[in-house]
Every structure is written in structure tokens, then in C-alpha cells.
Design a protein around this ligand. Sequence first.
Ligand code: ADP
Ligand code: MG
Length: 595
Amino acid sequence: MSPRLLIAGFVLLLLVAPHLVSEFHVTLLNYIGLYSIVAVGLVLLTGVGGLMSFGQAAFVGLGGYATAYLTTATSLPAWLAMFGGSPWMGLLAGIILTATVALLLGLLTLRLSGHYLPLGTIAWSISLYFLFGNLEFLGGHTGIAGIPALDLFGLPLKDSRKFYYLIWVVVLLAVWLTINLLDSREGRAIRALKGGAIMAEAMGVDTARSKLVIFLIAALFGCISGWLYAHLQRFVNPTPFSLNMSIEYLFMAVLGGAAHVWGAVLGAGVITVLKQWLQDWLPKLLGASGNFEMIVFGLLMIFVLQRARDGLWPILARWVPWQGAQRRVAEAAALPRKSLPEAGTVLLEARNVVKRFGGLVANNNMNLSVRAGEIMALIGPNGAGKSTMFNCVSGVDRATDGEVLFCGRAVTRLDSREIARLGMSRTFQHVRLLPTMSVLENAAIGAHMRGSKGVIQALLHLERTEERQLLVEAARQVERVGLGGSMFEAAGSLALGQQRTLEIARALCADPCLLLLDEPAAGLRYMEKQALAELLRKLRGEGMGILLVEHDMDFVMGLADRVVVMEFGEKIAEGLPEEVQRNPAVIEAYLGGVE
Ligand code: ADP
Ligand code: MG
């Protein structure tokens, strides 16, 4: 069955549902819808982006209170008067307010790593809850009543059956937008946030911006849910916007299947029905009233999450006879390429680079240069400081002292993202792929900088032409490194040697003038090494500069134009491969043990 058919079936079911069930169940479905909207945002933020927020209910509250206040206040301050009276203006005001708060909060907390974001959102959630309860013009703990009904094209949505359709249209819209976003250039950047931020930055992704974007979108989904809630209930008070509710939203997202957008709807449904069911049945079973349902609910959550760490959606999806996604890359015009500098031009120059880790000097006064159209090999025993040198020149780490010039510009203090934009692209010794994403998509992250369409276009899928171009480029590079046969497989299923090769394809997608390869041949079989050497020669022939860290001496000696040898963080020799091979210091330090 195709996913489209299943979605069509689901929509059909949604259409007829209110005519088949009782008023009570329509209300339940309305709540599931409202919660789903928030949970979809959380799937994006937490499930996909890996950012934990305990503040979603507070954003729901902002949306609810903004419209409640503006549509009921008898007299508004002059600057707010234009927003008064109409629920739609209430929505606009709520969106502006939520976006402002989310931006501020995001800027304050998202850059800090670790526990700051969860703690920040908890603090925000608690303080806003008390603010709602203590502000007189918001009705204190009693709240605001008498909120007008929504009016849709002259049709007042007074009863819950009519409201139902509006809610579920918004749910479907939220799901559609989120799925669109994730399936785009921006979406790949977002999916790289969890576990791939260093790699993404080195591919030119502004990860701080991507984090802010998903924080904002999740907050706005919350706000819209709150707005709907206020006009459905026609009454708001602080209770449904408390920290407790924020935690429940998190449960919904995680239980449904943290990284699956439809899982949010499933999670919202299961939790809402389960709570209702527990509330109805537990007092009867236990013969007593009390908050037993919360205890049982908590235990059930622990049990389910123990059993199904990835949530319920993957389990459900296994029962459905899915027809796999289309496995084909559409045709598209080739992306424009930058012209490479003339062969022989100095691309990279490191001058007296020093890198200390505490007392350890990993790089000491390192000098090296790479020209366009040459392969420069950096060799040396394990722990000599080669990868550290790579990190310092590519901006992944910052040199303690010294200077790095790239294309004539000082890049010593630049971030890896900015250096990448200048035309340097790299692979990592310890592969940094996104294992659940396909080979093609992993490569496409490398082409991030070559696209320009932003989040809004991605949400609405208005960037399809560019997206096809990016994927075609990614496919071309995947073919080029010889992985064409595994294009649609998960990157994590490749052998380690192939994963390294995929990193080269990803680096090439950036259209670099300088390529940095950290042990690209490790784990490759003889024939694969030959093919890799052939590819590198071809790239050199096209005028690319290549800086190569390698252990396999035969591989390096047959390939490199010049060699720099490192030991204990220092350069001990430099020259043509044959010269270096004959150098006594090198034989002593590096080859001595091998030959
Ligand atoms: P190579 O790539 O030549 O094998 P590395 O550059 O990885 O060597 O490491 C050089 C030295 O720096 C090693 O002693 C290593 O333990 C140390 N080192 C590398 N990265 C770090 C780090 N982030 N913190 C502390 N020490 C490090
Ligand atoms: Mg290394």
C-alpha cells in the first residue's frame, strides 16, 4: 500500500468520524487534535532536533491568553486597540508575541549546551504559569471567560462538531508542513543537529540557526493550539498551561515515536484515550477515588518506553504493508560550479601552528602548505598530531597559536562553517555520518551551501527544483566514489571503509577547491584503494588541492606529490615521497617499526 493511500484513508476516517460517534467522543477527538498540534512541534524539536523543551504548554498558554484577553477586554491600551475584538487578530497577536518570546528565549538558551535548555524551559514554564495566575487583567487564577466563538467565513463554530473540522485541518497542515520541512535541504540540516552538529558545521550548516528555527516552529504550533483551545472552550485559566502539561506533551511526542511526525498524532491519541480510560475505570476497580490514574499512567509510561524506546509509531508501521518510498533520483540541471584556482596557486598555508590540550602539545610550530593541483600527504605515527592539525586548519578546533591562511585569507579565528564557505571541505577520521539517513541524503548534506532556499520555501515545498538539483549532485558524487549501488541504503549499514568513502562523496558535494581527507583508505580492500587513488588523481588533474592523512605507506608513496612527516606534534621531514622515504629520521620514527 502506498503511504498516500493510507493518508487518504485516514483523512476519510477523520471526515466521517464526527457523524459516527457521540458528542463526548467528538470532544475527545478535539482534544487529541489540539494536543497533536503541540506534539508535532515537539517531534520536530525534541525527537528530530534533540532539543528538550519543558515549556511547550507555556507557548500554548501564550496563544490562548493572547486571544482571550484581546477578544474580551472592554478597553485596550491604544497600541493594542488594533488587535482587539476579533479572534483572527487575536491569533495574529499571539503569533507575534510567541515568536518574539521564543526568539529571545532561544537566543538565550540554545547556544548553551547540555542542561541549559531543559532548565531554561522549565524556568520559563513555571514563571509564565505564575504570571498568568497573578496578572489581574488576565483574570488571575479564575481566568478569562466569555471568549467569543470563532467565525469561519460567516459560519460560527459554536459546537464541538463544527470545531472538530477546523482543529483537524490544522493538525493535518502542521503534519504536512513538518514533513515537508524535514524532507528538504533545511530539513537535512535539522536532522543533523542530533549527533552530527560538528559535521554539519563543517559542511557549512549554521546549526545555531537551525536550532532556533525548530524552537520557533514548535513554539508557534503551541501558540496556534492554544488559540484554538481558547475559542473551543471559550474560557481559559492557567491550569492547562502548567509544567505538568508540558511534561505530558513530551510524553506524547516520545511515546508516539519521537522522530516520526505521524507518531505525534498517535502519541496524543494514545495518551488522551488512556488517561480518560484510567479516569473512568480506576475508581471503579479500586473502589476509591484519588489520583491513582496518575500513578498508573506513570508506570505505564515507564513500561512502554522500556519496551519500545523508539515509541509506538515504528511498531505500528511494521504492521502496515508499506510500499517503499520511491527509489529514484529525478532529473535536474547541474548545479553551477566554482572555478578552481590555477594549478600551483597556494591554497592553504599553516604558519607555526601550535595546539595545546592542557599540558600536551599536540601540534608544535607546524608549517605546511598545499597548492592547487597537488596531493600533499601528512604522515606520522599514531598520536603524532595529524588529525589535530586537520581540525586546526579546518576550523573544527582552534589553534592555540600560529596562523592559517586559506586562499590568501587569514582563517585562524573563523568557524568551520565560514571556512567551508571559502571552499575547504573535509572528511573525518572517525566517520561522522547520520547512520539512519540514506547514503544519498548523507552526501546531500555536503551540498548544503550550494542551495539557498530557506525554511519558508521548505515548509511549503516551493524549493523542489533546487532540491532536485542538490540530490542529483549528491547522486553524482555517490556514483563517482563507487557507492551508486547503495544509494538508498541507510549509511549506517555500510562497511566502515565504504562509510569513509561516503564521507568523500559528501565533501565533494560542497564543490571544494581544497579537500582534506583524514585516513580515507583505512578499512578499504586493495581494489577499493586502487579506485580511491584513481579518483584522487582525477581530482588533482582537475585542479583540486588535496591534503591527505594516511597510514598506508604504499598508498601514499604512489600518490602524493609531496609529503610532510610528523612525530610528537612536530614536523620532522618534508619533501618528495622518495626523499622522505630515505630520510633517516623518518625511518627511525615512523618506518623503523614497520620495515
Ligand atoms: P593522529 O591523528 O596523528 O593520530 P591526533 O591529532 O589525533 O593524532 O592526536 C595527537 C595527540 O593529541 C594525541 O596524544 C591525542 O591524545 C591528543 N588529543 C587529540 N585530541 C585531543 C583532545 N580533544 N583533547 C585532549 N587531547 C587530545
Ligand atoms: Mg588521526
